[in-house]
Design a protein around this ligand. Sequence first.
Ligand code: AMP
Ligand code: GLY
Length: 422
Amino acid sequence: MERILLIGSGGREHALSSALLRSSSCEKLWVAPGNPGIARDAECIQLNVSDHLAVARFCLKNNVTLVVIGPEQPLAEGLSDALREENIDVFGPSQAAAQLESSKGFSKDFMARHHIPTAPYRRFTSAQHADALTYTAQHALPVVVKYDGLAAGKGVVVATTHDEARDAVDMMYDGVFGSDGIVIEGFLIGHEASVFAICDGRDMITLAPAQDHKRIGDGDTGKNTGGMGAYAPAPLVTEAHLATIRQKIVRPLLDGMREEGMPFIGCLFCGLMIDGDEVNVVEFNVRFGDPETQCVLSVLDADVAALFASAARGELDASTVRSTHVGFACNVVLASKGYPDSYAKGLPIIGITAAEIDPQVTVYHAGTSEQDGELLTNGGRVLGVTAAGDTLADAVGRAYRAVDKIEFHGKTYRKDIAAKAL
Ligand code: AMP
Ligand code: GLY
């Protein structure tokens, strides 16, 4: 039986906490810091996750057998390494392995070394501003300019003119994100999909493919966001694609990372561009995606606690997974008016109980707070309304009927989640 500490506070962690609580191997779950939705079922605790010793002390004192790390920041800061030094099992990669996400240059160089299909690129250091400008000016259009370090999803510009590309390069060298270099790469055509692989350093289990909706507006218009909705399984990713992804992407990644002394343990998020039979990597993340996880876990029938624990211990146990593809799921994000720019907080939310009258619907909290028993908005992405269904159309219908029952001032959402697949 596992005594689990889950780190994080978003919709992804609410979905992870629900899946862990459904697991027969989960004896006890703490979530740090969690959110009001998570607190309905799990014990939320205040821990400074940047204070690695404090997290380790909590684990040792409470006989925690497994730590699951949701977001990228603590992984990039080396929380896993600090806990492993105290012999605590962690589902999440080391700081070295987390560079697959925290440095786009590292990730592209790694893919090149191991022949993992991705867009052609060049990497420029923080001292090569002028070289980057010269290179960009000669590059075919569209050209993609990426900041090398973590930039909260804002570090990528797909430029359709050379002026736009130059401005993007200048902006990234301006220091708004930090002082890492940049990557300039070719534009990939196709449809994007997210595939998560549960990895134990050697082996993998791929979960149902999902599709995110990154732009704020219907029809993929407007600004990029953290993700405005998702569905799974995404039919655009076939069984043949999944086999290619395992053979040509995840397998060489696992072998390469192990050979280079940084075995990958945790959830590998493959951000992919699918064009006919061809699959290219747009990016790797070293954690579950948000909001894709809400759907992927909804269609997963598994003892997730045992699955993650086996991966953390380097003994991935496929028997913990009964099925990765049970029906369909759709997640619609309800955001604050103004997101992804500035928005108000502290607005009352009503209707969640009514929305959850449908037993197939779960409302995951992403940015909420509670004051004197009243639920308030507390972030850009506020709630993730997730529905399961026998067909994708059924899941989508249930999700949107539930969306209509929830109200808060300025409630903003996309009306076309999964429309492409229907
Ligand atoms: P990333 O943070 O690398 O996933 O980039 C953010 C978004 O920019 C992706 O989800 C894609 O929509 C787009 N993007 C990034 N790289 C490329 C590329 N090489 N070709 C086309 N689109 C891209
Ligand atoms: N939904 C995309 C991400 O989690 O990065």
